[in-house]
Ligand binder design. Structure first.
Ligand code: ZN
Length: 465
């Protein structure tokens, strides 16, 4: 159903909506830096007030042990599906401030883009569904679906209190589908929906030889050198093409959604431009673009994030270090179990560790599994249909190499899938100076959210767990 009167209201209200977004962006809600504490409080209060003004009968700011959550509930349509809308009011630090063309918390429109810290991630995208709910209730006196809006304030600092807060609020967050207003389209020239993202596990490898650092003249050749042993040990973890060579590492990996493979073929990923973009010397021969994107989106990795030991300062130091260590993180794909991956890596390292050294492999938490939507999910089909209508082109199903915890948290705690429906684009410099939001996408996002909420009336209801 397309409600042209509603869409006319949204268009007429756009200048006011833009002024509101500017006001929201003037609040410096940097979550990671305690110096911005009052900005966080002000942003949470602003969101709560805006939800009340939109007509949400129940709005609450909820303490979490960190920055507060804002929870709004509007259960006015008995029998209709309940949709949980997710977003975050916190932003990345603005540094380096000198690189901004206009001040980060003084929003300015240039060339149909609004420039400000947080405007694309996630203040613009999260304001859209609130404005749409308000417009719907004004014109129709009701919403097509029940809405639960959950806006957090710690996304940019790793959401440390999000999962326990969701667990505590479970009954109030019960819903049939979660729709995230956070996330971003992959490229400005290609409409896309994110249907998968990789998980993460981390561990350290520490090899110890002698009880203390030794003189390499007096002991060289006879004493164990843990740096040498560590380099040999780490080299057993990959094959010659850089794929992980650990038995059991790939256990359970599920084949990717064929739609993602089709999107990769359609995306025309240019390997030369990719290497130039990251400033790296391209390998010889140049890899195939599709294969490179498959590696980036759909294959698990094991990366060395740091290797340390001995002396690495200026000049020389003739030392045999007592210990050497490496920091490792693995990106996981759908089907891999984080604990099983950690076990497999530890077993492999223990089996290949040279004698004469003490091996320790401390982990860092239990890890995060990959996120992958069921390709046949009705909520996904609804978002794709709306995007095709509004953007004039069927969206590609894309995966993301990075780790997005929210989908996993809502799946674990509430048993619902999360579809991503954000109108920011990943080139909008949202963790860098000069962050911007395309106003064209702000306008399209209002229409798209209106059509999505209307379409979700027909969403099959989830059975209570
Ligand atoms: Zn975000």
């Amino acid at each position: 159903m397309i409600d042209l009167d509603l869409e006319a209201d949204l268009a007429a209200g756009f200048p006011a909506a833009l002024e509101e977004l500017k006001r929201f962006c003037r609040i410096p809600s940097v979550s990671t830096d305690p110096a911005y504490r009052s900005g966080i409080a002000d942003a949470a209060a602003w969101v709560a007030a805006r939800l009340r003004q939109a007509g949400f009968p129940q709005v609450e700011t909820i303490a979490t042990g960190g920055h507060p959550l804002v929870l709004a509930e509007w259960h006015a349509t008995p029998g209709a599906p309940t949709i949980l809308v997710y977003g975050h009011y916190d932003v990345q630090p603005p540094d380096p401030i000198a690189n901004w063309t206009s001040p980060p918390f003084d929003p300015v429109v240039r060339a149909d883009r609004l420039y400000a810290r947080g405007v694309s991630d996630d203040k613009g995208p999260l304001l859209i569904p609130i404005l749409v709910a308000e417009a719907m209730s004004r014109r129709r006196g009701r919403l097509p679906v029940n809405l639960v809006v959950l806006i957090e304030g710690e996304e940019e600092s790793g959401s440390p209190h999000f999962e326990p807060a969701v667990a505590a609020l479970k009954p109030r967050l019960a819903c049939d589908l979660a729709v995230s207003a956070d996330g971003a389209m992959w490229r400005p020239d290609l409409p896309s929906v994110t249907v998968a993202s990789r998980g993460l596990v981390a561990l350290d490898v520490v090899l110890t030889g002698a009880a203390k650092d030794l003189h390499s003249g007096r002991h060289g050749g006879s004493a164990p050198n843990p740096l040498q042993a560590l380099v040999r040990l780490l080299a057993t973890l990959h094959d010659h093409e850089g794929r992980v060579a650990v038995p059991g590492f790939h256990d359970g990996v599920r084949p990717p959604d064929p739609a993602i493979l089709a999107a990769i073929r359609q995306a025309d990923f240019d390997p030369a431009a990719y290497y130039a973009g990251i400033g790296a010397v391209p390998p010889v021969p140049m890899p195939d673009g599709d294969a490179l994107l498959v590696r980036q989106w759909l294959e698990p990795t094991l990366e060395f994030n740091g290797i340390a030991g001995g002396y690495a300062g200026p000049g020389t130091k003739t030392v045999i270090p007592a210990t050497a260590q490496a920091k490792i993180t693995c990106r996981l794909v759908a089907g891999q179990v984080p604990a099983a991956v950690l076990d497999a890596v530890r077993r492999h390292l223990a089996a290949h560790a040279p004698s004469g050294f003490r091996l320790e492999m401390p982990g860092h938490g239990s890890g995060t599994p990959a996120f992958a939507l069921d390709p046949g999910l009705p909520g996904l089909a609804a978002t794709e249909a709306v995007l095709a209508e509004v953007l004039g082109q069927a969206p590609l199903r894309v995966a993301m190499g990075a780790t997005v915890p929210i989908g996993g948290v809502l799946e674990r705690q509430l048993g619902v899938p999360t579809v991503f429906f954000s109108f920011s684009t990943s080139d909008e410099d949202y963790h860098a100076p000069n962050e911007f939001f395309r106003l064209e996408n702000f306008r399209r996002g209002l229409v798209a959210w209106a059509r999505l909420l209307d379409r979700l009336v027909d969403l099959p209801r989830k059975r209570e767990p």
